[in-house]
Design a binder for this molecule. Sequence first.
Ligand SMILES: NC(=O)c1ccc[n+]([C@@H]2O[C@H](COP(=O)([O-])OP(=O)(O)OC[C@H]3O[C@@H](n4cnc5c(N)ncnc54)[C@H](OP(=O)(O)O)[C@@H]3O)[C@@H](O)[C@H]2O)c1
Length: 343
Amino acid sequence: MKAVGLYKYLPIDHPESLLDVEVPKPEPHGRDLLVRVRAVSVNPVDVKVRSPKDKTETKPKILGWDAAGTVEAVGEEVSLLKAGDEVYYAGNLNRQGCDAEYHLVDERIAARKPRSLSFEEAAAMPLTTITAWEALFDRMGARPHQLAEQSEQSVLIIGGAGGVGSIAIQIAKQVADLCVIATASREESEAWCRELGADEVIDHREPLPRELQRIGMGEVDYILCCNSLETYVPVFAEVIKPQGKICTIIGAKGNQPININALQGKSATFCFELMFTRPMFQTPDMAAQHDLLKETARLLDEGTLRHTMRENFGPLNAANLRRAHAAIEAGHTIGKVVLSGID
Ligand SMILES: NC(=O)c1ccc[n+]([C@@H]2O[C@H](COP(=O)([O-])OP(=O)(O)OC[C@H]3O[C@@H](n4cnc5c(N)ncnc54)[C@H](OP(=O)(O)O)[C@@H]3O)[C@@H](O)[C@H]2O)c1
């Protein structure tokens, strides 16, 4: 089958950083689905895995952890989905990615795609939706239904216009009923955050405490950090409410140590979210990702949530994927970047 892969980890402007390759078509066993990939989206994790290093592969390394497609065959233990189903999923970082004609994914981390979305629109959603949902509900303990006790609560989403921020704004607003303050640094990204339902938008190039004061919100109940943890961690203690919760989806740049001692005075919770944890460690509750993708498909179909696809870079091939990686690597895309399936 056709795929886009790499043997060497090179800068994205190098013509061999991503190559059109032929690899054997995989066979599904156990709880795996064999999916004919119809569209993929690109995430910063693709860029991080591809980042230049002195390492070579003997077989092509295939990237891509966000897809929508049609189930072609299933393993002998599959019970949640069947051949012919149209599915969407992010996958498992420990396995080959989805930038290929066919791909294997465990049924417990996939679900039927929203019927109202195209394959491209659906492929934009899984990785970021799982991240935002797990961060808000599983890690920080917000409640996924309107509850009176929560109606006055607020969340600060740092990096509001990015892939994760774009769906986090909507889930926080529409599902958790929180007052949403998003950050954006440009007119276009600010407008996008407001369009998605942010109550307030502040500028992350300015000091966050001052920006929050400006809009009359000194402290917030929750913080979701989607960018530059090392820049913002020093002000978390100032802007989180007593007993508030902070979740970061990124580590500090260059693995530098971060100091969270100042959070003790407010008994604030600080936690991490990595959406690959469940599939990578095969946790007993990994089917929670099937459930949440099923629920968000319902919310997308009924119009409570909207897809976040902004740009389609064309059919999946090495040249188009290199362009998409370059856009993500630049760090200022809005919403999601997708590609259609291999011709
Ligand atoms: N832990 C997980 O499971 C998980 C899952 C998904 C992503 N991630 C990680 O989370 C990060 C964000 O992912 P993403 O898909 O949302 O990225 P993205 O779509 O590439 O984010 C782009 C956005 O980042 C904003 N931004 C740029 N510099 C910023 C800064 N200094 N402070 C705040 N925002 C800034 C930009 O807004 P402006 O143009 O307005 O500045 C832009 O809209 C990446 O590092 C990614 O690897 C982790």
